[in-house]
Design a protein around this ligand. Structure first.
Ligand SMILES: *Cc1c(COP(=O)(O)O)cnc(C)c1O
Length: 236
């Protein structure tokens, strides 16, 4: 199947899951997770109507920006970002979805101030409490949001999570529900002028469940582009 056919199928599945949950399909953005796919594939996805592209690695982001791969589509950063690389990402992307520490918040704020911009971000939650994954703990989120004033050049738009790899359908529902509850709790406790409306969760294998639980942004790679060729990338 072509990228365009895949995107059309995913849109239909988004609509189905949204309507089943009593939601408007328009509430859910489709972010193409473009890692390991070249500029041509990225352009095909944009032409097929994805809402934005998400890049994982700074090097790939930089290379594809130079190729004008994203054209006018919004670009997000969705991978682990090292503080020494913020300069290559801040101001280059519309949203950094994967802010996973206060140290990184500080580094992004400093770079955004230097550039005279406000950088939009999401806070990444390590919802499965996995040692192998980065992200804030569930209990860290409210204190960080309350400290948002310490980061005047950052705008926190919401939360993002990458739950554990599923072994069976529905296994991650409990994590998606926990994320939704966390976002509702945060909204109740903070000022009205802080918007944390974005809830980025759900990937190729589990996005209908994430939508049922309130996701507003799904990040889909394999279902759009096919399986990634890891061997090719590791050989450089
Ligand atoms: C690769 C990636 C995705 C998409 O994963 P698929 O299973 O291929 O849909 C989503 N989010 C992040 C952060 C990723 O790195």
């Amino acid at each position: 199947m072509s990228i365009a056919e895949n995107v059309a199928r995913i849109r239909a599945e988004i609509a189905q899951a949204a309507i089943a949950a009593g939601r408007d399909p328009k509430e859910i953005q489709l972010c193409a997770a473009t890692k390991m796919n070249d500029a041509d594939a990225v352009r095909q996805a944009i032409q097929a109507g994805v809402d934005c592209c998400g890049e994982n690695r700074v090097q790939e982001l930089t290379a594809k920006l130079a190729e004008n791969a994203y054209e006018d589509a919004p670009v997000h950063f969705i991978g682990h970002l090292q503080t020494n690389k913020v300069k290559q990402v801040v101001g280059k992307v519309d949203l950094i979805q994967s802010v996973d520490s206060e140290r990184l918040l500080l580094a992004i704020d400093r770079e955004a101030r230097k550039q005279g911009i406000i950088q939009n971000i999401l806070l990444e939650v390590n919802i499965g409490e996995e040692a192998s994954k980065s992200g804030f703990g569930v209990d860290d989120i409210l204190p960080v949001v309350e400290k948002a004033g310490n980061f005047p050049n950052i705008c926190i738009k919401g939360l993002m999570a990458i739950p554990p790899i599923q072994h069976f359908d529905g296994e991650n529902l409990k994590f998606f529900q926990k994320m939704y509850q966390l976002s509702v709790d945060i909204k109740k406790k903070i000022d009205d002028n802080v918007m944390v409306d974005c809830l980025s969760m759900g990937m190729s294998g589990d996005f209908p469940d994430a939508i049922r639980c309130g996701s507003t942004m799904i990040r889909v790679g394999t279902a759009i582009f096919g399986a990634r060729d890891y061997a090719r990338i590791h050989q450089g």
